[in-house]
Design a protein around this ligand. Structure first.
Ligand SMILES: CC(C)(COP(=O)(O)OP(=O)(O)OC[C@H]1O[C@@H](n2cnc3c(N)ncnc32)[C@H](O)[C@@H]1OP(=O)(O)O)[C@@H](O)C(=O)NCCC(=O)NCCS
Length: 210
């Protein structure tokens, strides 16, 4: 499969600031930008910046960002599922994982995450993919948002639901380990039915229990 990446951008106004939402960005363009200190939900900003540059260089990797001039204030990542997770067992080259979405605390609650996803899925190439995201409550920033577990889950449903990602059942033990965790999926319009079937088989691996 050829992973087509069509760059696009738009401007979003937030509290008097004009942010550029753009992507998929090239590794070179991303490396030349600065990374906001507030982007530390998953690892220290320098390391996360480096990790994103590496993802942008992958054939299937897609990074969408929101920036104020040279300063990156938010990002979302898409890449093949981690080889250690069950989703990679499907061996589908049209299965992408929305791995992380993060918005700097200084611009949260202003629609930036939804704007990045809107731009990401405005590329018609996304209709060739199944995109999944796994939500685990232990990744959520309760202190930084002031949300409780179910409030956070609601925000994640709104963010992901804004581009047609829907909750799907699975027997994945980590997801099943807490009711706030969930799997959300968007199946592109051109995904062949047999690939959807393969994905369904990966969602349920202990059918004899049902
Ligand atoms: C979760 C996160 C990405 C949301 O980004 P954001 O840009 O603030 O979200 P948006 O402004 O696009 O808001 C999406 C919806 O959630 C609501 N929302 C966002 N933050 C909220 C809050 N603290 N309290 C109540 N509602 C909130 C918005 O009002 C909006 O609702 P609407 O669709 O009805 O208009 C951001 O808080 C973040 O980066 N958190 C840390 C990293 C993380 O947890 N990532 C997710 C796991 S990978």
């Amino acid at each position: 499969m050829i992973h087509v990446k069509r760059y696009s951008s738009c401007e979003v106004e937030l509290n008097g600031r004009k942010l550029t939402v753009e992507g998929p960005v090239t590794p070179e363009a991303l490396a030349a930008l600065r990374f906001d200190e507030g982007l530390k939900a998953f690892r220290i900003p320098e390391l996360q910046h480096q990790a994103l540059v590496e993802i942008a260089a992958l054939p299937e990797g897609r990074i969408i960002i929101a920036r104020d001039g040279e300063l990156v204030l938010a990002y979302v990542t898409f890449l093949f599922p981690d080889p250690l997770e069950r989703w990679s067992q499907a061996k589908l080259d049209n299965l992408l994982e929305l791995g992380a979405i993060e918005v700097s605390p200084q611009v949260r609650g202003g629609g930036i995450s939804k704007a990045m996803l809107r731009l990401a899925f405005s590329d018609d190439a996304m209709e060739d993919y199944i995109v999944l995201t796994t939500e685990y409550y232990w990744h959520w920033d309760f202190a930084g948002t002031g949300l409780d577990i179910w409030g956070y889950r609601k925000v994640m449903e709104k963010v992901m639901g804004s581009v047609g990602m829907v909750w799907m059942a699975t027997d994945d033990p980590e997801i099943c380990s807490h009711p706030a965790n969930c799997l959300m999926v968007r199946v592109g319009k051109r995904v062949p039915p047999e690939d959807v079937e393969t994905f369904d088989r990966i969602r349920f691996q202990n059918r004899f229990f049902y």
